[in-house]
Design a protein around this ligand. Structure first.
Ligand SMILES: Cc1cc2nc3c(=O)[nH]c(=O)nc-3n(C[C@H](O)[C@H](O)[C@H](O)COP(=O)(O)OP(=O)(O)OC[C@H]3O[C@@H](n4cnc5c(N)ncnc54)[C@H](O)[C@@H]3O)c2cc1C
Length: 415
């Protein structure tokens, strides 16, 4: 009989875990309480935090190291169909804040400036609150990467908004309008006019508006003959909607079941002799009876995704401060696992003034704070018998999309 596996969390780690477990013939159910980090992030796909990548590039005199993706990660990315992760060199993304940053890969709607040299990039003006094409163009032109590559950014007038409400509607709603092929053709004509008016260009940079169900930038680029793409938004962009659409399609394609629900507790349960041995129970809020599975994968995200909560002891102390220190973090569900950071189980440093919670929580010099690294302590991805962990909830791992893919694939394989 196929092994039964419950994956808790439907961010990129949970998706990779479900995909990997299904490939090995397991029955997989994914339970998720809603939006996590993957759906909040802007569509840049990194293996290590990008500031580290940039530091490495400076040390290497400008060349960006781009390690090979593991074959399973490459296959997973191909089946998801959402990202471009170039083999040879890192991508270069323009942010809406006017910076150019490296990324190992990107949601296909984002413009990759990496291949461009000595050319102009058009930045169409649009009367929307968070889009100032003139300021953006000026700031991007001043970036070292743009100067080194001879990239110029040219703000241009182009009536790319079709209806009056498009001045105000959220980016996600404007992106959804470009899911309609007729609307995409309309935008294509406006961009063609802008290109002709400017006497040609090497690329066109737009806001985060190019599709909510799938990236539409490639269709535009193919028909215009120049790359067209979005600028990267720090948090809360249509890239999250595109991830959710691609995730739901992939889960359906591989035959994993998916349901909405908040898990409150996970626990090991020993069945009688002759039965199937250790099973894991999963308590979903509102359900009368717990679910049971051969293994559970906790892919519930870190502090930003809702898997870990900041819970300093003084929060519940009322009039009396807690007499003793306690780690200021907790897992958001009850489970027989240990919380820690890269150094070990979480402890609290004390001084004559009492517990020094800040020493644990905040970064200090080169040392990352627990805020960035706290999670479930694992041997690889194993947290307890029958319980594995993946993604940002694993202690001490890089908080990046590709690292979540790596631990997700591994947890799915080992569950
Ligand atoms: C604003 C922002 C920008 C980022 N930028 C980048 C970047 O540029 N490059 C990069 O590589 N990475 C970036 N990251 C980090 C990256 O997005 C994460 O490392 C990665 O998405 C983590 O995926 P995950 O699946 O582990 O967690 P999440 O995507 O957070 O998924 C956790 C899932 O668990 C569910 N969940 C939580 N608790 C429960 C519960 N009790 N019951 C049921 N379900 C539950 C949540 O609803 C969610 O579905 C960014 C993150 C944020 C927040």
């Amino acid at each position: 009989m196929a092994r039964s596996i419950v994956v808790i969390g439907a961010g990129v780690a949970g998706l990779a875990a479900a995909w990997s477990a299904r490939r090995r013939g397991a029955q997989v159910a994914v339970i998720s309480a809603g939006v996590g980090e993957t759906a909040l992030a802007g569509g840049a796909v990194d293996d290590v935090p990008w500031d580290q990548l940039e530091r490495a590039a400076r040390l290497l005199g400008g060349e960006l190291p781009a390690g090979e993706l593991a074959p399973a990660a490459r296959l997973f990315a191909a089946e998801l169909g959402l990202w471009d992760v170039p083999q040879a060199a890192a991508a270069r993304l323009a942010t809406v804040a006017g910076r150019i940053r490296p990324a190992r890969g990107r949601d296909r709607a984002l413009l990759d400036l990496g291949p461009l040299r000595r050319t102009r990039v058009l930045v169409p003006r649009a009367p929307r609150g968070a889009w100032d094409a003139d300021a953006l163009a000026e700031s991007l032109a001043d970036e070292p990467f743009a100067r080194a590559r001879g990239l110029r950014f040219l703000p241009v007038d182009a009536p790319i908004l079709r209806f009056d409400d498009e001045r105000r509607i959220p980016d996600g709603d404007l992106a959804a309008r470009h899911d309609d092929p007729a609307r995409l053709s309309w935008l294509l004509e406006r961009l063609r006019e802008a290109l002709e008016g400017a006497g040609g260009a090497g690329a066109i940079l737009l806001g985060p508006w190019l599709g909510a169900r799938a990236p539409r930038a490639e269709a535009l680029s193919a028909r215009l003959g120049v790359p067209v793409g979005e600028a990267l938004v720090g948090a809360g962009s249509p890239a999250g909607l595109r991830f959710e659409a691609a995730r739901d399609a992939l889960l359906a394609a591989i035959g994993a079941t998916q349901r909405h629900g908040r898990v409150r507790a996970v626990g090991a349960r020993r069945d009688g002799p002759g039965d199937r041995g250790e099973r894991v129970s999963v308590h979903v809020e509102g359900d009368d009876a717990p679910l049971e599975a051969d293994a559970v994968i906790l892919a519930i995200g870190g502090l930003a995704g809702g898997g870990v909560v900041y819970a300093p002891p003084e929060r519940g102390a009322g009039h009396d401060l807690a007499a003793r220190g306690a780690a200021p973090f907790a897992l958001s569900i009850a489970a027989p696992v240990t919380l820690g950071d890269a150094r070990g189980a979480l402890g609290v440093v004390s001084s004559m003034q009492g517990p020094e919670l800040d020493v644990v929580a905040w970064p200090c010099g080169e040392r990352p704070g627990a805020l960035e690294t706290v999670g479930i302590r694992c041997e690889g991805v194993r947290a307890a018998p029958g319980i594995l962990a993946a993604g940002s909830v694993v202690a001490g791992r890089a908080r990046t999309v590709l690292d979540a893919v790596t631990t997700g694939l591994r947890a799915g394989a080992e569950a």
